[in-house]
Design a protein around this ligand. Structure first.
Ligand code: MCA
Ligand code: AMP
Length: 497
């Protein structure tokens, strides 16, 4: 049996999940996921790494389906619940999903696609348990999950992790941040990325803690939960991206002093508050310290590796730094020849260890290119070590944008823009933004007059809202170097001027 289920058995009577006002024990999660395993399996004995795409809201049902896929020997492919159909279709087709599972509210979005492609389609609530099954022995070397990440290629790539990878990603954090069965955590992050799936849900469930779901982010609801945890004297933990802390601070500042005081007192009772997925501005860290009494623990991770670097749980957390390698994670900084840099020199972060993913789904060349000959994963992020702690300086590619904690490929947006009839050419960059980290900006060369509001609506129908440009400029030509390549750093100046 996979370790995560062994762990759950140890805590069978404890509350694992609070979702839509209902409490579920670990035994409930184990039993209901086993029932759903039988639905997934039908007459089969083992899904044998068949991909199961699931579009299920952030809730008990999400965990039930995820665990059932693993118990059935399948590969979990979580779909973003807010993505438009073209993005969902891309993931379903790219993974070659054999089964699609949906919550009833998503049935209309995906049923036609499933019918057209002949993919088995299961709507939660309509399924019936078919038979009693025994649990399969699943080797930890088998594939467990595929998550999609944007990069320096124009289409997102599927990052494949094995059960052994997931176990390593979970156990390093459990050790470093001392997750405990007495912990309660709020899940507000989307569940098609590592931050929500591993750091929030899986680590907490690994140790017998309690995950409470808030289906979507709303500052007042988060604050209400902080107060509830304080009143119950529970060991609360909270994890979010910098944009969320920015929004919480803005909401806090709109409250009257008495409310602020009560909230600050509640937050001070928390055990741990963590920030990651994008650089935490020092200004947000300092403001949050005043609001909550917490020095945020900033850490660094990536879809392909889980978490790699972390400020200390005990000890000084330095603003603007991401700390040191986590247990069992090897990290080095290298120059362009993959040679380790001298002390206090900047270099690319490379990572090795059991946490590192196995492959990009069906992209052997991309997989090969992302590793050095001696097996180090090349992150594309540049850092320096100062006084023993890593500081992220940026990314080696200007084409990767981080906005609201999401990684966005400029090339992917350019591809879509170029399919618009009025767009002759374009170039996309990220420009600094206090709230979002970066926002997406597009310079366009157009062939006819373009109504930018209409163009924006056209983009929204084709991609998730966080990828849609927030700023447009129509230009006569794009800045280029002698080789004819667009010089994006010059382009960024367009919005600074
Ligand atoms: C949304 N809006 C934006 C953006 N996103 N505007 C500018 N830039 C953006 N990126 C606009 C919408 O169009 C809308 O405007 C308004 O903001 C509200 O949109 P909504 O989607 O409802 O926003 P929200 O619910 O407030 O979401 C903000 C959020 C969300 C909660 C910060 O972006 C989020 O959950 N981010 C976390 C992503 C994450 O988990 N990343 C981890 C991946 P209008 O009303 O005008 O339409 S990285 C990872 O996993 C690695 C391993 C790691 O290290 O952690
Ligand atoms: P993703 O591929 O969506 O998992 O995003 C991973 C990327 O997020 C990394 O390659 C970094 O560029 C960025 N990132 C994650 N955590 C941090 C952090 N604490 N500071 C700066 N960048 C970060």
């Amino acid at each position: 049996m996979l370790q995560i289920f062994h762990q759950a058995q140890k805590h069978s009577t404890r509350t694992a999940i609070i979702s839509n006002g209902e409490h579920y024990t670990y035994q409930n999660v184990l039993d209901e996921s086993t029932d759903f395993t039988s639905v997934l399996l039908g007459n089969a004995f083992d899904l044998a790494e068949g991909r199961v795409a699931f579009m299920v809201e952030s809730s008990f049902e999400y965990v039930k389906v995820q665990w059932a896929i693993w118990k059935a020997g399948g590969v979990a492919v979580p779909l973003c619940t807010t993505h438009p159909l073209p993005s969902l279709q891309y993931v379903i087709e790219d993974t070659g999903a054999e089964i699609i599972v949906v919550s009833p509210q998503f049935e209309d979005i995906l049923r036609p696609l499933a019918q057209e492609k002949g993919i088995r389609f299961i709507v939660l609530g309509e399924e019936t348990k078919t038979r009693t099954i025994g649990l399969l022995e699943i080797s930890t070397e088998r594939r467990a999950m595929i998550l999609y990440t944007s990069g320096t290629t124009n289409l997102p790539k599927g990052v494949v992790t094995t059960h052994a990878n997931l176990e390593a990603q979970i156990s390093t954090l459990v050790e470093a941040w001392e997750y405990a069965s007495t912990d309660a955590i709020l899940c507000i992050l989307p569940l098609h990325h590592v931050h929500g799936i591993i750091n929030v849900i899986s680590c907490t469930l690994w140790v017998g803690g309690c995950v409470e779901f808030l289906p979507e982010f709303a500052p007042q609801k988060v604050f209400n939960w902080f107060q509830k945890m304080a009143q119950l004297s529970v060991s609360g933990i909270f994890m979010a991206v910098p944009t969320i802390y920015f929004k919480l601070i803005a909401h806090f500042e709109s409250l009257v002093v008495e409310e602020q005081q009560a909230l600050s007192n509640a937050m001070k009772t928390f055990r741990l508050m963590v920030s990651g997925s994008a650089a935490l501005p020092v200004s947000i860290m300092e403001k949050w310290q005043k609001v909550s009494g917490h020095t945020l623990l900033e850490r660094y991770g990536m879809t392909e590796i889980g978490m790699a670097l972390s400020n200390p749980y005990h000890g000084q957390r330095r603003a603007g730094f991401v700390g040191v390698p986590l247990p069992n994670v090897l990290v080095r900084l290298v120059d362009e020849q993959n040679k380790q840099v001298e002390k206090e020199q900047a270099g690319e972060i490379q990572v090795k260890g059991p946490n590192v993913f196995s492959e990009y789904w069906y992209r052997p060349q991309a997989t090969q290119e992302s590793f050095t000959e001696d097996g180090w994963f090349k992150t594309g992020d540049v850092a320096i070590i100062e006084e023993g702690s890593y500081k992220i300086l940026g990314r080696s590619s200007v084409d990767i944008i981080k906005s609201g904690g999401y990684k966005i490929s400029a090339l992917e947006i350019e591809e879509v823009l170029r399919t618009h009839l009025a767009v002759k050419d374009c170039s996309v960059v990220g420009i600094p933004n206090e709230e979002w980290g970066e926002t997406v900006a597009a310079a366009l060369i157009t062939s006819t007059t373009v109504d930018l509001t209409e163009l924006n609506q056209w983009m929204r129908e084709r991609m998730p809202s966080y990828r849609v440009p927030r700023h447009y400029k129509i230009v006569e030509e794009l800045p280029r170097n002698a080789m004819g390549k667009v010089t994006k750093n010059d382009l960024k100046k367009l919005w600074n001027s």
